[in-house]
Design a protein around this ligand. Structure first.
Ligand SMILES: Nc1ncnc2c1ncn2[C@@H]1O[C@H](COP(=O)(O)OP(=O)(O)OP(=O)(O)O)[C@@H](O)[C@H]1O
Ligand SMILES: [Mg+2]
Length: 238
């Protein structure tokens, strides 16, 4: 069998046919959608440039974006959620704001790019809502799933690179970086639940997730990422 047929990132071109009602939906998602996930200080933002370069070198047109954010409204929501420490925001409101920003991001940025055949790399996406608002803050999983279905329809990432790092190590790295944001002010238990939720999701969807040991030095994290991308794009191990 052609290994590429089962690859999470390589899709066959949709067949344009009146007998293929899935065509419109398939055509909407002809680019590849890659998300980068992981806890505080795992190295997501640091590794974005490497991933972007790797994909361009392998012939992809690439759009890099982030959540919350990626649109004017999304960046304002990001500012509210991360940096307005004086605001009290309930866990449910936090989840709703994340999905409101996501709806805008999908409609204005992600779907049009995928539709144009561009590979989209997003620094955090819906797995982060499950991990932070679900695992971390206790919003019921079913509520998040209902919002996911409403906002995304059938759209899910083709590949999710999970940068996994022990909580203390990640917080130590993030602490060296800047003023703590609203999430970084949480207690260790919160971050342990976030990490556990991410890892559970990776176990449930092994075809979509690639777990990267992000505790390693940057050059080793990059070679793990290159291997994971190669496997996803070409459907073979290197
Ligand atoms: N593999 C690594 N080894 C050591 N330090 C690293 C590694 N990767 C990133 N760093 C450093 O750790 C800090 C946090 O990295 P980065 O901002 O990329 O994390 P992040 O996952 O984007 O965090 P956040 O979730 O808070 O956005 C940065 O100072 C970065 O230089
Ligand atoms: Mg970051």
């Amino acid at each position: 069998m052609d290994a590429r047929a089962t690859s999470p990132v390589t899709r066959r071109a949709p067949v344009r046919s009146a007998e293929n009602p899935a065509f419109e939906r398939e055509a909407m998602a002809s680019g590849q959608f890659i998300t980068l996930e992981g806890g505080e200080g795992a190295g997501k933002s640091t590794m974005l440039a490497f991933i972007e370069t790797w994909l361009r070198d392998h012939g992809h047109r690439v759009l890099v974006t982030r959540e919350p954010g990626g649109t004017e409204l999304g960046e304002r929501v990001r500012e509210l959620l991360l940096h307005r420490h004086e605001l009290e925001i309930s866990p449910e409101t936090e989840a709703l704001l994340m999905f409101a920003a996501r709806a805008e991001h999908l409609q204005r940025v992600i779907r049009p790019a995928l539709h144009a055949g561009t590979t989209v790399v997003c620094d955090r996406f819906t797995d982060a809502t499950y991990a932070y608002q679900g695992g971390g803050r206790g919003v019921a999983r079913e509520r998040i799933a209902a919002l996911e279905q409403w906002v995304q329809g059938e759209l899910r990432p083709d590949l999710t690179l999970l940068l996994d790092v022990p909580v203390a190590l990640g917080l130590g790295r993030a602490g060296n970086r800047s003023q703590p944001d609203r999430f970084e002010r949480e207690q260790q238990g919160f971050f342990e639940r976030v990490r556990a939720c991410y890892l559970e999701r990776a176990v449930l969807e092994p075809g979509r997730f690639k777990v990267i040991d992000a505790s390693r030095p940057p050059v080793e994290v990059q070679s793990q990422l290159a291997r994971a991308l190669h496997e996803a794009v070409h459907g073979e191990k290197v």
